[in-house]
Design a protein around this ligand. Structure first.
Ligand code: G3P
Length: 218
């Protein structure tokens, strides 16, 4: 299972890269706006130290302009993955860019039918948004189960399920149970994955007992 980090905060990415857990990065226009920085500069800086896929989203809504934007963004680095919305035009652009050998992440997927279209358009990744489905009273993870089941049925569907809009460790664990290929996790949720109160409690008592022995390993 691959872990991408869902942020455009380069300092956070650098810090979390040191954990050895990060296989790629996803950004979106809202995260770029939050960074307060120039889009191309952020993507270039991330790609200078991340080897895995780095998603950069187009801003156009018509296929020809999306393709032009995709070409420009793809020039930044070889690991830039062009993110397009799951619309008719987004999938047209996906097909063209994928056929050219560029990695494409089809985003804003909210139904199994949309995920089938993304796979047929040759997407490298499809991004179903689980948290936003939970927000409207549905169970976002049901969508992941459906997509994983459908993709398993077709050997020619090579699209990877990239679970997005992740809000908690439970989303990550459920995605792993379902066999999703990738989860993109905000930094706060990634840090939460490490935590368990019994780990802290156990470590405290081990440290106290070790101190009582008066020994040193080094
Ligand atoms: O990058 C897309 C996605 O992960 C957005 O998450 O929390 O804004 O729904 P969220």
């Amino acid at each position: 299972m691959k872990f991408f980090i869902d942020t455009a905060d380069v300092d956070e990415i650098r810090e979390l890269t040191d954990t050895g857990m990060i296989d790629g990065v996803t950004t979106n226009p809202s995260l770029i706006a939050k960074s307060g920085r120039k889009f191309a500069d952020v993507i270039e800086e991330i790609c200078s130290f991340i080897d895995g896929p780095v998603s950069a989203e187009v801003a156009a809504i018509d296929a020809p302009t999306m393709i032009k934007e995709g070409h420009k963004l793809a020039q930044i680095a070889k690991n830039v993955t062009i993110k397009v919305p799951l619309t008719v035009d987004g999938l047209k652009a996906c097909k063209v860019l994928s056929d050219e050998g560029t990695m494409v992440n089809v985003t804003l997927c909210f139904s199994p039918a949309q995920a089938i279209l993304a796979a047929k358009a040759g997407a490298t990744f499809v991004s179903p948004f689980v948290g936003r489905l939970d927000d409207i009273g549905l169970d976002g993870m049901d969508l992941i189960a459906d997509i994983c089941e459908i993709y398993e049925n077709y050997a020619n569907f090579e699209t990877q399920v990239l679970v997005a809009s992740v809000r908690s460790p439970k989303h990550v664990v459920d995605a792993a149970r379902m066999g999703a290929h990738v989860v993109t996790i905000p930094p706060s949720a990634l840090r939460q994955l490490y935590n368990h109160p019994l780990t802290d409690k156990g470590l405290d008592s081990f440290l106290k007992d070790w101190a009582g022995t008066g020994q040193s390993i080094l």
